[in-house]
Design a protein around this ligand. Sequence first.
Ligand code: NAP
Length: 289
Amino acid sequence: MTAMLIDGKARAAALRADVATGVAAFVAAHGRAPGLTVVLVGDDPASAVYVGSKGKACREAGMISGEYRLPADTPEADLLALIAQLNADGHVDGILVQMPLPAQIDTDRVIATIDPAKDVDGLHPINTGLLVSGRKGLVPCTPSGCMLLIREALGNIAGAEAVVIGRSILVGKPMAALLTNASATVTIAHSRTRDLAAHVARADIVVAAVGIPGMVKGDWIKPGACVIDVGINRVALPDGKSRLIGDVDFDSASQRAGWITPVPGGVGPMTIACLLANTLEAAWARVRG
Ligand code: NAP
C-alpha cells in the first residue's frame, strides 16, 4: 500500500470531543442542553441500529436525545402532526426522520414539513438552496464529513479536479455543491455516465457514493489522488459470515492513491459526528435568532 490512510474514526472522535466542549458552553450560557429528536417509522433492523447509535452519540456529547418509534403502518398525517409538534417544541433543536420511509408516506412532504432551522439532515429544499448558492445553512452530514476528510488530507482544493460518482440528494449532489463552493472543478458521474474510468483517471479527488461493492478499480485512479469511499455494502463471505466493503476496490486503489478512506472506519463515523455538529449549530442559531 502506498496511500496514506485517512482515519475517519480518529477525525470523528476529535470532532465529537469539540462538539462536547461546545455543548458544555451552550449549557453554561442557556441552562439547557441542545436536543436532537430522531423519528423512526417501521421496524427495519438497519434503521433501528442507526437510530440507536445516533441516540447514544448524542447523549455522549451531553445533548438531550429524543426518540419516537412509530409502527410501519403509521398514516402520513400522524407523522406530519408529530413533526409539527417537534417544530413547536423549544427544547428540540434538531429533528431527524430516519429514511427510508414506508410506501404510504411521501418522503418529500415529510422533509418539507421539518422546520429548516431544525433540519439537521440538511435535506429541506431551503437548506439545499442555501448550499447550492454557497450560503450558510445546515449541510447533509455525510458529504459534510467527506469534506472535512478531504480538507484534512489536501488543505486548499481550489482548482483541483474532483469526480463525484453518484447523484443522490443525500450524498452525491450536496458533495458536488460543497466541492464547487471550495473552488474545485467538479464532474458528477452516475449510472448513465459514459466511460466512468476516463473521468476518474483525471481526478485529483474521487468521491464514490454508489452502493456497488468494489466498483471503482485501482487502475482507474490517478496516481496520488485522494479517494473518499462513501459506500457501505455488506457482502457474504464463503464461511457464511459477512463483512462491510466500500464502492472502491481498496486493495488495488490503495496502491495508486495518495490518500484513501477505509471501509469501515472512514466516512461512516464522520456522518454521526457531523450530525452532532449540525445539532449544536442549529441550537446556537436558534438562540441567536
Ligand atoms: P443512491 O441514492 O442509491 O444513489 C446511488 C447513485 O449511484 C445514483 O446516483 C446512481 O445513478 C449511481 N450509480 C448507480 N450505478 C452506477 C454505475 N454503474 N456507475 C456510476 N454511478 C452509478 O445511494 P446513496 O444514498 O447516495 O448512497 C450511496 C452509497 O453510500 C451506499 O452504499 C450507501 O450505503 C452509502 N452511504 C454511506 C453513508 C455513510 O455514512 N458512510 C451515508 C449515506 C450513504 P443514477 O442517479 O443514474 O441512478
